[in-house]
Design a binder for this molecule. Structure first.
Ligand SMILES: Nc1ncnc2c1ncn2[C@@H]1O[C@H](COP(=O)(O)OP(=O)(O)OP(=O)(O)O)[C@@H](O)[C@H]1O
Length: 328
């Protein structure tokens, strides 16, 4: 449904994105993740037909975003980071206006506007001026204007930014309810949001795609496997030394607990193994008290940090070696 191939954008001499390639299958929700300045908005604006790419192609439902921009605008709904709403219009008036712009026929407009209002739970606000709406309701109007022409593809740039926790849940549920019948790209900084709403994730860093996969596969692929966090009392360093002798324990770290005289052991297991029962045996044999033990798994946050800080580590070491070179 959405096909992006070798897309690049150069602003003057600043690269915005470079050689970005990914696909989104029909009915899928794709999370678009990246640190500030990674190129998410640039990619989304190109897909929405608001910005020409320097090189490469992007197609929505088979239409090239550049060559067939009129068809593309009818095939997609776009929620920019700051949706352009007309504050002096009522919600329904604004949605009628957008529906007309998007080419919805006069005969279909009432039905389509009513459907968007219902979908976004805006019934009680339909005749209220947009300037009188709270941030959460404005965001819903932003989503309603993106779906009022019932496009097969929807592009949402940070749809939950600035919302309170209740509004965030409502907007996430709304997005999930749109999946299946719509193909969605969603950019966000909020990693649990991706976990909760997205089928697949594309991580972008410094204008380049670093990885595209399901959240589960990304988490499972991390070098650091799953493990245990154990709150204990007694000699934590001695416990660490003993546990590190176990066959399926790769690493043990000791951290101070918030409770006085206790420590947290962070145990990383060899991937695919479950040494939990042996760990408990060792601790019991040592006479160490166990107050809590829980499984830990790598999170999407760990994946994100690993994939987006690698280059920084590399750069830091280059800088260091340059400084050393200059000094000698
Ligand atoms: N109009 C512009 N002119 C010049 N450079 C730009 C312009 N828009 C974006 N850039 C640059 O392109 C790069 C990508 O920016 P972009 O806004 O796409 O990133 P982003 O991932 O959306 O960031 P954020 O999460 O902060 O919104 C950045 O280096 C940015 O400074």
């Amino acid at each position: 449904m959405i096909e992006v191939e070798h897309l690049s954008k150069i602003y003057g001499s600043t690269p915005g994105i470079a050689d970005v390639t990914f696909n989104v299958e029909p009915g899928e929700i794709m999370g678009f993740l990246g640190p500030n300045g990674a190129g998410k908005t640039t990619t989304m604006r190109i897909l929405a037909g608001y910005l020409p790419a320097t090189t490469g192609t992007a197609k929505i439902a088979g239409y090239d975003v550049h060559k067939n921009s009129l068809q593309v605008r009818q095939k997609i709904g776009y929620l920019p980071e700051n949706p352009p709403l007309y504050p002096e219009m009522t919600v329904a008036g604004f949605l009628h206006f957008v529906a007309r712009l998007k080419g919805v026929s006069a005969g279909d407009r009432n039905r389509q506007v009513a459907a968007a209002i219902e979908r976004c739970n805006l019934q009680e606000k339909r005749n209220v001026l947009i300037r009188k709406l709270s941030k959460g309701f404005r965001q819903r109007v932003g989503i309603a204007q993106a779906i009022v022409h019932d496009p097969p593809a929807i592009i949402l740039d940070e749809p939950t930014v600035g919302l309170d926790p209740r509004q965030i849940i409502d907007v996430r549920n709304l997005i999930k309810s749109l999946a299946g019948s719509h193909t969605i790209i969603l950019s966000t900084h909020i990693l649990p949001e991706v976990r909760m709403t997205c089928d697949r994730v594309t991580i972008i860093n410094r204008g380049k795609v670093v990885v595209t996969n399901t959240p589960d596969t990304l988490e499972a692929g991390l070098a650091e496997g799953s493990g245990y966090e154990i709150e204990i009392d007694g000699d934590a360093e001695a416990a660490k030394n003993q546990l590190q002798q176990l066959l399926n324990v790769r690493k043990v770290e000791v951290e101070k607990s918030v409770v006085e005289n206790r420590a947290i052991l962070k145990v990383i297991a060899v991937p695919g193994t479950e040494p939990g029962r042996y760990i408990v045996q060792v601790l019991v044999n040592m006479g160490i008290g166990v107050f809590e033990m829980r499984r830990t798994r790598p999170s999407l946050e760990d994946v994100f940090l690993e994939l987006t800080t690698e280059e920084k580590k590399l750069e830091a070491s280059v800088e260091e070696s340059q400084i050393e070179g200059e000094a000698s």
